[in-house]
Design a protein around this ligand. Structure first.
Ligand code: PEP
Ligand code: MG
Length: 603
């Protein structure tokens, strides 16, 4: 037995056999049934033949355009793909270990790459690059035959624990989570999108495990504990039995009371609690949790199975319409695509390029590049397609549109002008008069928080995205486990920013909600109420506990608490103050076991 420790991001305990996913390059290892070995070998042969033909074509093309000498470079790759020794090693792995061909290719080529590592000769050691290139091509052709990510997961058996180096949200959205008992990742933290998804699906998850995807042998029995942040390899039978007894995840969604009590503070202040969701089907979970509406629909998850070029207006319209109808009479706030440029190119992921080849800003959570509203404004047609779909869907219920990553007034002006253009297009093609729905701004960049008074003149509502706001205010990458300790929701700068923008919105009577994970922290929630927030949006699974916290909170006490906290100079003092206040409110029990940030030593 050995134990790895990371950050528990989705509570619960689960046991299962490890299925490994290497996003760089994308390879999953899973066992295949004995009767499917022949089929797997046939796929391999097909992929090999396709790769061979491609290389011949490339060689001929290069010979025509750049001369025979350069074309000769591809000769080495052709020799490798034609070499029976290599392909026989791959076949042998498929047959002996009964594993999928993608994994066998990767494994065989890694063995071969190891041989090149020991070679001094510069020319020969350069050939290692050719080995990787050939392996990438073979995998790409295998993946093409199998289809995209969804298909890659087709054969993963039930009762598995997914262990990944990185699971980007677009891929996470394609996993059949009914088969996955738990999730462990090398990177990421609590506010990583995959953590958010795991919580809303109630799949126990641990992130920030460092090298789990390399340390856990494929197929090994593991237990993961999303509360303590542990991954245990080869656990003793008692632990597995305990995990099985405790995991018993409800089939489908849990059946919570359909009409929960309203969230009202002890002194009668009503607090709206809405849900953050990623997929249209999550509406059911939001309703079961008693959400007042959808405070954040992360529409970019629609791109998980299709590119913006192929997900047309009608398809999007149907998705948004099903959301507003499914959530009626509650409102649904749809955030326009919050993706980086490279996330729009799923083929990058299967082209054999390694994740490390991609520029840093395309990794989820750390993008300072062309992303979100900035990207939408560059890709007008994609943006207008989404907006037309939203404007049409808004006729069927209470839909609101929100723009992510707005940095100031210019972007809001420009984005609103595109909305007007999209409305005009619908009218001009005979689609009837368009009434514009409320248009809001995500406040998640410090520049937006500091100009909230200006934005409030032209936005119909705000939603505070503290996940990003905190990371940009404190210069801490929220997906980087190395600095997760510095991710401090209770930093005085963060609290001051919140106060400034709540006041700015209040002066203009612009409704403001908070949709970052910070709102779901039971320790922090009363403080946020004290800062004047009365509307929150969070994962459906966090709603019942948040409602209990609200019902136990007095808004006037919370205001006094906020006043005290805002005078304190350090995060440690603020935590101490919340701790004392929690003890008093709870008759002495320590209620500070919150879930956000890394500094509370007792987590
Ligand atoms: C946020 O930034 O707080 C937020 C809700 O958006 P996301 O986590 O999707 O970036
Ligand atoms: Mg954000």
């Amino acid at each position: 037995m050995h134990r790895l420790t990371g950050i528990g991001v989705s509570p619960g305990i689960a046991a299962g056999h490890a299925v490994l996913l290497m996003e760089s390059p994308l390879v999953i290892r899973f066992p295949i049934a004995p009767e499917r070995v022949g089929e797997e070998l046939a796929r391999l042969d097909e992929a090999r033949e396709r790769s061979r033909r491609q290389l011949l074509e490339i060689k001929a093309r290069v010979a025509r355009s750049a001369g025979a000498e350069l074309a000769y470079l591809f000769e080495a790759q052709l020799l490798m793909i034609e070499d029976p020794m290599l392909i026989n090693r791959v076949r042998h792995l498929v047959e002996e270990q009964r594993v999928n061909a993608e994994w066998a290719v990767q494994h065989a080529f890694e063995e071969l790459a190891g041989v090149f590592d020991g070679i001094e000769d510069a020319y020969l050691s350069e050939r290692k690059g050719d080995v990787a290139d050939v392996a990438g091509r073979l995998r790409m052709n295998l993946a093409r035959a199998r289809g995209r990510g969804v298909e890659l997961f087709r054969d993963v058996g039930p009762g598995s624990v997914l262990v990944a180096d990185d699971l980007p949200p677009s891929l996470a959205a394609q996993v059949d989570w009914s088969k996955i008992q738990g999730f462990a990742g090398d990177t990421g933290s609590r506010t990583h999108h995959t953590a958010i998804l795991a919580r809303s699906l109630r799949v126990p998850a641990v992130l920030g495990l460092g090298t789990a995807s390399r340390d856990v042998p494929p197929g090994a029995l593991v237990v993961i504990d999303g509360t303590t942040g542990e991954l245990i390899v080869d656990p003793p039978p008692e632990l597995v039995a305990r995990a099985h007894a405790r995991s018993a995840r409800p089939a489908g969604r849990s059946r919570r009371a359909a009409a929960p009590e309203a969230a009202v503070t002890r002194d009668g202040v009503p607090i709206a609690i809405q849900a953050n969701i990623e997929l249209p089907g999550d509406v059911q979970a939001a309703r079961e949790a008693g959400a007042a509406g959808i405070g954040l629909f992360r529409s970019e998850y629609l791109l998980a199975t299709a590119s913006p070029e192929t997900i047309g207006e009608d398809q999007q319209y149907e998705a948004y319409r099903s959301l507003v109808e499914g959530m009626a009479p509650g409102a649904v706030t749809v955030r326009t695509f919050d993706v980086g440029e490279a996330q729009l190119q799923p083929w990058l992921r299967t082209s054999g390029r390694r994740a490390s080849d991609r520029p840093a800003q395309v990794r989820p959570g750390g993008p300072l590049g062309l992303r979100a509203i900035r990207l939408s404004l560059e890709r007008r047609e994609m943006f207008k397609t989404q907006l037309r779909a939203l404007l049409r869907a808004a006729r069927h219920g209470r839909l609101r549109i929100i723009f992510p990553f707005v940095s100031g007034l210019e972007e809001l002006h420009e984005a609103k002008a595109v909305v007007a253009e999209a409305a005009r297009e619908i009218e001009e093609r005979g689609g009837g008069r368009v009434a514009l729905p409320p248009i809001g701004v995500m406040i998640e960049i410090p520049s937006a928080a500091l100009t909230a008074d200006l934005l409030a003149r032209e936005a119909d509502f705000f939603s505070i995205g503290t996940n990003d706001l905190i990371q940009y205010a404190l210069a801490v990458d929220r997906t980087d486990a190395g600095v997760s300790k510095l991710y401090e929701p209770l930093h005085p700068a963060v609290l001051r920013m919140l106060r400034t923008l709540v006041r700015a919105a209040g002066r203009r009577r612009v409704p403001v909600s908070l949709c970052g994970e910070m709102g779901a922290d039971p320790v922090i929630l009363p403080l946020l109420v004290g800062l004047g927030l009365t509307d929150f949006s969070m994962s459906p699974s966090a709603i019942p506990a948040a409602r209990d916290v609200i019902r136990a909170t007095s808004a006037s006490d919370a205001r006094r608490l906020a006043g005290r906290v805002l005078r304190l100079g350090t995060t440690a003092e603020i935590e101490q103050c919340l701790k004392e206040c929690g003890r008093q409110a709870d008759g002495g029990r320590d209620t500070t076991k919150g879930t956000q940030g890394g500094a509370r030593g007792d987590e």
